[in-house]
Ligand binder design. Structure first.
Ligand code: F6R
Length: 366
C-alpha cells in the first residue's frame, strides 16, 4: 500500500509529478495551450463581474490560498482576500452578491471552512470549492468547483494536496486572465506551456533528496527554525515551517524575509538554522541581503537557490539547487525540498511521520 516507501508521506511527496499532471488533465490542452476550467465556464458572467474573490481555508490549504492571491491578482487583476475560515465565520463578514467565496480544502470536511461557506452563501455570494475528496461535504455545498484530483492523501501532513491546489489556482488565474483580457496571448501561451512542463521539473527537484537528507542530519537537533521567503514564495516559507512543526515537533516560524528586521532578527544566533528561499526571482537581491544579515549574526543558512547560483552559494552554509521556472510556478517546486527536509528530520528524530501526535487528517469539529 505504501508502494515500497517507508511512509505514506514520502510516497505522496514522490507522487507529485503524477498528481500535478492529474490536476491539469482535461483542463490544459497541451496541443494548443488552452486552459478550460468547467466550473468557471459555468459561472463565467459571475467571475467576469466579480468585485472580489475571497479564499477561505485552514492550515496548508490557507497557504495555497495565499499563493492563489499572488497569481490571480497579478494575472487577472481581480482583488483577492485570503481568510482563515475560523476568523471569517465569526466576524459578521461584509459579503455581497458581487463576491465569489472560494473554499480550499483537501478533505472537504473541515468544519470551519464549511461554516464559512454557508455564511457566504446566505449573504448571496457565489460559492466555489477546490476540494480533493470527491463528494465531500464542502464539494456538495458549493455552486461550482474544481476537484484537485491529487488522489487519496493518507499522511496527515499535507504534501501532494498542496501542490494540486496550487496547480488549480494557476489554471484558474490563467483562465480568468484570458477572459478578462489582462494577459497577452503570447504570455498566456508561454505560461500554459511552462505549467504543462512543471511535472517534469518536479521530477528533477526530487533528486535533491540526497542533499536534503544530508542537511537534515546536521540540523535534526535544532530547537527552532526560521523560514524566509518573499513574494509568491512567502506562503511557501509558512508552509515549510508548518510541515516541520507538525511532524518533527520542532518550533518553526515562517516570515516574509523583509519582516525579519522588525523583530525575529533578535532570535538569530549560531543555534538558529534559517531556511531561505532565494531563487532568482524579482526580489532575489533583497533576499540575498537578508541572508547576509543572518550570517552577520552567526545564523546558519540553508538556502533554496536556482541552479547555477553563485552569490548565495558564497555566503550560505548549504544550498539546495533547483531548476529555474517562471515566478508564478516557483511555489510548486520550492516547496518540494522543504517537504523533504521536514520528512527526514522527523524520521531521524523517531517521530511518527504519518500520524503525528494530536493531529487528525480531517478536522470536523471547530
Ligand atoms: C497541514 C495540514 C492541515 C490541513 C488543514 C486543512 O499539513 O494537513 O493544516 O491543511 O487542517 O485541511 P483541509 O484542507 O482538509 O480543509
Amino acid at each position: 500500500e505504501k508502494g515500497g516507501y517507508e511512509h505514506f508521506m514520502l510516497k505522496e511527496i514522490y507522487e507529485q509529478p503524477t498528481s500535478i499532471r492529474n490536476s491539469m488533465l482535461g483542463r490544459l490542452n497541451t496541443v494548443n495551450g488552452e486552459v478550460v476550467m468547467g466550473g468557471i465556464e459555468e459561472y463565467e458572467h459571475k467571475f467576469m463581474n466579480a468585485k472580489r474573490i475571497i479564499f477561505v481555508a485552514c492550515g496548508t490549504s490557507w497557504h495555497a490560498g495565499l499563493v492563489g492571491e499572488y497569481m490571480i491578482e497579478s494575472l487577472a487583476r481581480i482583488p483577492v482576500e485570503v481568510e482563515y475560515a475560523s476568523e471569517f465565520r465569526y466576524r459578521n463578514p461584509i459579503i455581497n452578491s458581487d463576491d465569489i467565496v472560494i473554499a480550499i480544502s483537501q478533505s472537504g470536511e473541515t468544519a470551519d471552512t464549511l461554516a464559512a461557506l454557508e455564511i457566504a452563501k446566505e449573504k448571496g455570494a457565489l460559492i466555489y470549492g477546490i476540494c480533493n475528496v470527491v463528494g465531500s461535504s464542502i464539494a456538495r455545498a458549493t455552486d461550482a468547483g474544481s476537484y484537485t484530483h491529487a488522489g487519496p492523501e493518507i499522511g496527515v501532513a499535507s504534501t501532494k494536496a498542496f501542490t494540486a491546489q496550487v496547480t488549480i489556482l494557476a489554471l484558474m488565474a490563467l483562465t480568468l486572465a484570458k477572459k478578462k483580457g489582462s494577459i497577452s496571448e503570447s504570455r498566456y501561451r508561454e505560461l500554459a506551456l511552462e505549467l504543462n512542463n512543471i511535472p517534469n521539473i518536479v521530477e528533477k527537484v526530487l533528486e535533491t533528496n540526497v542533499a536534503v537528507e544530508y542537511i537534515s542530519d546536521i540540523y535534526k537537533d535544532a530547537k527552532n527554525f526560521l523560514y524566509l521567503g518573499r513574494g509568491i514564495n512567502f506562503p511557501v516559507a509558512l508552509e515549510g515551517a508548518l510541515k516541520l512543526k507538525e511532524i518533527s515537533y520542532i518550533h518553526a516560524e515562517g516570515y516574509p524575509a523583509a519582516e525579519m528586521k522588525h523583530g525575529p532578527i533578535a532570535l538569530i544566533d549560531a543555534d538558529m538554522p534559517v531556511v531561505a528561499i532565494a531563487t532568482k526571482k524579482n526580489s532575489y537581491e533583497k533576499v540575498v541581503s537578508n541572508i547576509q544579515e543572518v550570517k552577520a549574526r552567526n545564523g546558519k543558512i540553508i538556502a533554496v537557490v536556482t541552479e547555477g547560483d553563485t552569490a548565495v552559494k558564497e555566503i550560505a552554509d548549504h544550498v539546495i539547487e533547483i531548476p529555474d521556472v517562471d515566478d508564478f510556478f516557483d511555489p510548486l517546486i520550492t516547496v518540494i525540498p522543504l517537504q523533504l527536509l521536514s520528512y527526514h528530520i522527523a524520521v531521524m528524530r523517531g517521530c511518527n511521520v504519518d500520524q503525528p501526535r494530536n493531529l487528525a487528517k480531517s478536522v470536523t469539529v471547530e
